[in-house]
Design a protein around this ligand. Structure first.
Ligand code: GRF
Length: 213
């Protein structure tokens, strides 16, 4: 059991809000066989439930507010340096409402979760935009982040129906139930099996072992 924990992939999770995706990762990583554990939680603002969840779990937290830095580049560098100090194997943007810049992306793989079926409805209002468009099916996407807004290679997706009478809140909650399960599944498999990226295709598992998404 101890050996398993010491080999667990180190996760730094970035949050901006309620942190229910973070909580799902914290809960999953209580089982050493999950293969990953959260070593730090970062935020771009104070006073959020995501940070409180981390504190309750005894996980170190840090806050880097964009407004505290003279430039975006300065904030990007400070965020990357703080992330690096926790030596992550994987960084996860779980409801982090900022684009993470090159200093982090060049050093660490960054997994992002989005509440829509990309490439449809990227950006900060994926649920609202899908509802406004009148789609009957939306969903969630877990992707590896690149320099764009929700444009990186897709790791996993799952569909969620839009029901009559849905508003943004009810639809987002239905999506988040699926999103948490998908994120936990993807992070665990990536941690345990590794992954490869070829162009836009992400495969989880050892190529010779035949595992794939
Ligand atoms: C998730 O739906 C995420 O995809 C979106 O914001 C939500 C965060 O939820 N960007 P939580 O903070 O994990 O509860």
């Amino acid at each position: 059991m101890g050996v398993c924990v010491s080999k667990a992939a180190r996760l730094v999770v970035l949050v901006s809000g309620s942190g229910t995706n973070l909580q799902a990762l914290l809960d999953a990583s209580a089982d050493p066989s999950y293969g990953a554990r959260v070593v730090a939680v970062g935020a771009d603002r104070d006073g959020i439930e995501g940070l409180a969840r981390a504190s309750r779990a005894g996980i170190p937290t840090f806050v880097r507010k964009l407004g505290d830095y003279p430039s975006r580049a300065g904030w990007d560098a400070a965020l990357a340096s703080e992330i690096a100090s926790h030596k992550p194997d994987l960084v996860i943007s779980a409801g982090f409402m900022k684009i993470v810049g090159a200093p982090t992306l060049e050093e660490f793989p960054l997994l992002n979760t989005h509440p829509a079926l990309l490439p449809a409805f990227p950006g900060a209002h994926g649920v609202r935009d899908a509802l406004a468009h009148g789609v009957k099916v939306t969903g969630c996407t877990v992707m590896l982040a690149d320099a764009g807004v929700d444009t990186g290679p897709i790791v996993a997706q799952e569909a969620v129906p839009v029901l009559p009478g849905d508003d943004v809140a009810t639809l987002h909650e239905r999506i988040k139930t699926v999103e948490r399960r998908l994120l936990v599944d993807v992070v665990g498999r990536m941690a345990r099996e590794g992954w490869t990226v070829s162009g836009r295709t992400v495969r989880i598992g050892n190529p010779s072992g035949g595992e794939s998404t």
